[in-house]
Structures are given as structure tokens and as C-alpha cells.
Design a protein around this ligand. Structure first.
Ligand SMILES: Cc1cc2nc3c(=O)[nH]c(=O)nc-3n(C[C@H](O)[C@H](O)[C@H](O)COP(=O)(O)O)c2cc1C
Length: 244
């Protein structure tokens, strides 16, 4: 099983050490590869909107974004890892989120399962940081969520419980990779699809890439929708088209 780690820490300390622990726990059946965002040729988003409106191939930043995409596509699972910086992800991970903002419009990583991981000095803002990571899995299912605390003077009992939780979440993630299920069009995915499909017709002259992506699609993937699911998509996407 191939696991890709997208590392949003600027140093090789708490977040890196936590992922290393997970790698050691899963070393029997998972092969880990690391993308250290700080070391990659991965430039800062300049906010031009072209990836969203005209398609990701029109991004003016010439760097290794597409290599990261290839690595994600070749993996079975992805770990998105970041420290909590002032109740959010690190700036370098936020840049990753912004560079992949177009995948909120046009998701593409349905074959990957995700673990999202935040390390934090305390409880303050760690849930919010984890939530920021949860939006950028681009169709992939989050099968494991983990917050790990590096609080000075933490009681040994708490440290022990935390170690157990790391182990539990690591195994949960690995199990989800071994028994990977085909993507299911759950209600929340149907709503996501319908809203963007509806808007893509409405904004077809401004957000051309969305229109091209949605115009011939009944759903994000090739999966057959049942009658009820088709009706939900038909009704909601038309509603969005009319009222938005
Ligand atoms: C700029 C900065 C902001 C931080 N903000 C928070 C915070 O809001 N809440 C918190 O509990 N810890 C905060 N921390 C502590 C880090 O989240 C924590 O030490 C983390 O494990 C560091 O991971 P790293 O060793 O991979 O850099 C902050 C640390 C830094 C450097």
C-alpha cells in the first residue's frame, strides 16, 4: 500500500515525528513517501482565479504542482499533516489548500483515502485547524482524523493515552486502505455535485472550466445513480440554476 505524506510543517519536529511514528506502526504493509512542501518547487498562489475559471492547466505558476498531483494519483492513501498555527494550518499548508482550490469545484481524487493530522501545543484552535484540512481532500474519503498535542508538562497518563490513539488511528487508516471501497454517492456528495453543476450552467461564460467539467456529467464518477439519486441531482441542480 502506498501512502503519500503531504507535510505542512516547516521543520522536522513534532508533526514529522508523529508521522514517522505512524509510518513505523504501519511499516509491514505500507510504503511511505514524503512531500515536504517547504522543500518543493511549489510557488505561492497569486490569486488570479485562472485555475478555477479557465482550468488548472492555465495556472501561470510554473512549478512542480503536477508532480504532486501525479504522486497523489499513484497513492492509495494520503496523509495531510500540519502544525496548528494560530488556530489554523501553517501558511505553507494553507498555500497547498489555495493551490488546490479548483478541486472544490472539480474534485478528482476519489480513489484515495485520507488521514488528516494536526499537531498542536494545546487544544486552542486545533479543531479549527483540522477542519481546514478536511475541505481539501478533493473527493477522497477521510478515514482517519488525528490531533496530537505537544503540551509542556503533559501528564504521563495523557501521553500514554495519546500514543494509543495515534496507534488506533494509524491502524484505522491502514484498514481503510486494505479494504478500500468504491466511492459511494452519499447525500452530501450529491448535494456538492448538484450545487456546482447548477452553478456551472448559470456561470458558464465566466467559469468555463466548471461548465466543461459538468456539462456531460450525471455525477462526479462513472458510478450508476439510482432513480432517487438522479431525481435529487436533477431537482437540486435546476433549483440552484434558477435561484442562484
Ligand atoms: C507561529 C506558531 C503559532 C502557533 N499557534 C498555536 C495555536 O494557536 N494553538 C496551539 O495550541 N499551538 C500553537 N502553536 C504550537 C504548535 O502548533 C505546536 O508546537 C506544533 O506541534 C508544532 O509542530 P512542528 O514541530 O511540526 O512545527 C503555534 C506554533 C507556532 C510556531
Amino acid at each position: 500500500m502506498k501512502v503519500l505524506v503531504i507535510m505542512g510543517s516547516l521543520r522536522k519536529k513534532n508533526t514529522y515525528q508523529t508521522v514517522k511514528k505512524i509510518e513505523n506502526i504501519l511499516s509491514d504493509n505500507c510504503e511511505f513517501e514524503y512531500v515536504f512542501l517547504k522543500d518543493e518547487n511549489f510557488k505561492n498562489c497569486i490569486g488570479c482565479h485562472l485555475c478555477i475559471s479557465h482550468g488548472e492547466d492555465n495556472c501561470p505558476l510554473k512549478d512542480d504542482r503536477d508532480l504532486i498531483i501525479e504522486k497523489i494519483e499513484e497513492s492509495d492513501g494520503v496523509i495531510l499533516a500540519s502544525p496548528n498555527y494560530v488556530m489554523n494550518v501553517s501558511w505553507i499548508m494553507k498555500n497547498y489548500i489555495d493551490r488546490f482550490a479548483y478541486t472544490l469545484h472539480r474534485p478528482k481524487f476519489f480513489n484515495q483515502n485520507y488521514m488528516i493530522l494536526i499537531t498542536s501545543g494545546s487544544n486552542v484552535g486545533s479543531k479549527k485547524a483540522l477542519k481546514s484540512l478536511s475541505v481539501i481532500t478533493s473527493g477522497g474519503e477521510i478515514t482517519s482524523k488525528l490531533r496530537v498535542f505537544f503540551t509542556p508538562g503533559m501528564r504521563p497518563k495523557k501521553v500514554e493515552l495519546q500514543e494509543k490513539r495515534i496507534e488506533k488511528m494509524a491502524y484505522k487508516f491502514s484498514k481503510s486502505l486494505s479494504n478500500k471501497k468504491e466511492h459511494k454517492p452519499t447525500f452530501s456528495y450529491l448535494i456538492w455535485f448538484s450545487i456546482f453543476k447548477g452553478m456551472s450552467y448559470k456561470n458558464k461564460n465566466e467559469v468555463i472550466a466548471d461548465y466543461e467539467y459538468y456539462k456531460d456529467k450525471d455525477y462526479f464518477t462513472e458510478v450508476e445513480l439510482n432513480i432517487f439519486q438522479r431525481q435529487v441531482v436533477g431537482f437540486l441542480s435546476n433549483l440552484v440554476r434558477i435561484v442562484s
